[in-house]
Design a protein around this ligand. Structure first.
Ligand code: ZN
Length: 88
C-alpha cells in the first residue's frame, strides 16, 4: 500500500525582512539627519542643512558649510568636487 502524496506541494517561500541601509551611518550633528557614512576619499555627505562632511580617511571627517543657495561666495577651492584619487 503506497501512501502517495499529491504532487502539488506549495513551494517553500522564504521571507526575507527588508533590510534598511546596511552599514555605518553618519548623523548630521546640526540637524540630525542620517546618511550613509561617507567613504574614504569619496563623495562628501551633503546635508540638507548646508553642511558637507567629507571623509579624509582614517575616520577623519571635515566639516564645511556650503549653502546651496546660488550667489554664495566661493571662498575656498572646490576640493571636494573631484573624484577620488586613483590608487595604482
Ligand atoms: Zn544637517
Amino acid at each position: 500500500m503506497a501512501t502517495h502524496r499529491p504532487a502539488a506541494s506549495a513551494a517553500a517561500i522564504t521571507y526575507t525582512p527588508a533590510e534598511a541601509v546596511h552599514g555605518p551611518t553618519f548623523t548630521c550633528p546640526r540637524c540630525e539627519r542620517v546618511y550613509p557614512y561617507p567613504v574614504d576619499h569619496g563623495a562628501p555627505v551633503r546635508c540638507e542643512c548646508g553642511w558637507w562632511y567629507t571623509n579624509l580617511g582614517h575616520g577623519r571627517i571635515i566639516e564645511e558649510f556650503r549653502p546651496r543657495i546660488g550667489g554664495a561666495k566661493t571662498k575656498g577651492p572646490e576640493a571636494a568636487a573631484g573624484p577620488a584619487a586613483e590608487h595604482h
